[in-house]
Design a protein around this ligand. Structure first.
Ligand code: NI
Length: 202
């Protein structure tokens, strides 16, 4: 390999790493919504998973209504249940929307989150919430496609054995599956309702 070619490869690799790092930084920033919108085409994409009824599904099965996608896990002690409850409350406050969005919680702990566990979990917040799980590879793919973050953290002194560190944004995807924006989980239900209306009303 020529020196010149070697340098080109290094420069391209750094540029790509920079894009990934920038996206991670933006997802970690609460005020990133407007910046993120300009990167819309790189967030989201096809997925193939198993739903809370044990059916194999793909992203294409959810066309026609907006999707609100949240990455989490059923044994999460705080962020996941709080966010899903706020989301249920926000949808009640925001509604009726012209086209009701579907709420999809994608498990980032597929080793523990069976379809049965997801079913009772997501429906405890609202009966039509959908839970999705899959193989570790399927979950890794969808986490990467959404530029989300999930990492196992061992807890040797706990009966839980491990927990999951994860990003907790709500991704708003259009009825065509395209990325619209992210909503922060930090606001209250009223703020979330406002953000949903801003994203989904014409
Ligand atoms: Ni959580």
């Amino acid at each position: 390999m020529s020196n010149r070619l070697r340098w080109i490869i290094v420069v391209v690799a750094l540029a790509l790493g920079g894009v990934a790092a920038t996206l991670l930084w933006m997802l970690a920033e609460p005020r990133a919504t407007t910046i993120l919108s300009t990167q819309a085409s790189v967030i989201g994409g096809p997925f193939s998973l198993t739903d809370n009824k044990g059916m194999r599904v793909t992203d294409a099965d959810y066309r026609g209504r907006p999707m609100l996608i949240f990455f989490g896990f059923t044994s999460c002690p705080d962020v996941c249940p709080l966010t899903l409850q706020k989301l249920a409350d926000a949808l009640a406050l925001a509604g009726p929307l012209p086209v009701e969005p579907r709420v999809l919680m994608i498990s980032i702990d597929p080793a523990r989150d069976t379809p049965e566990m997801l079913d009772s979990y997501v429906r405890s917040f609202r009966d039509d919430f959908i839970g999705l799980t899959g193989t570790q590879a399927e979950i890794d793919n969808v986490v990467a496609a959404y530029r989300a973050y999930a990492k196992r953290v061992d807890m040797p002194d706990s009966a839980m054995v491990y927990t999951m560190d994860h990003s907790s944004f709500i991704y708003v995807m259009g009825a065509d599956g395209a990325f619209i924006t992210v909503i922060s989980p930090d606001g209250d239900a009223a703020a979330m309702a406002q953000a949903l209306k801003a994203a989904l009303l014409p």
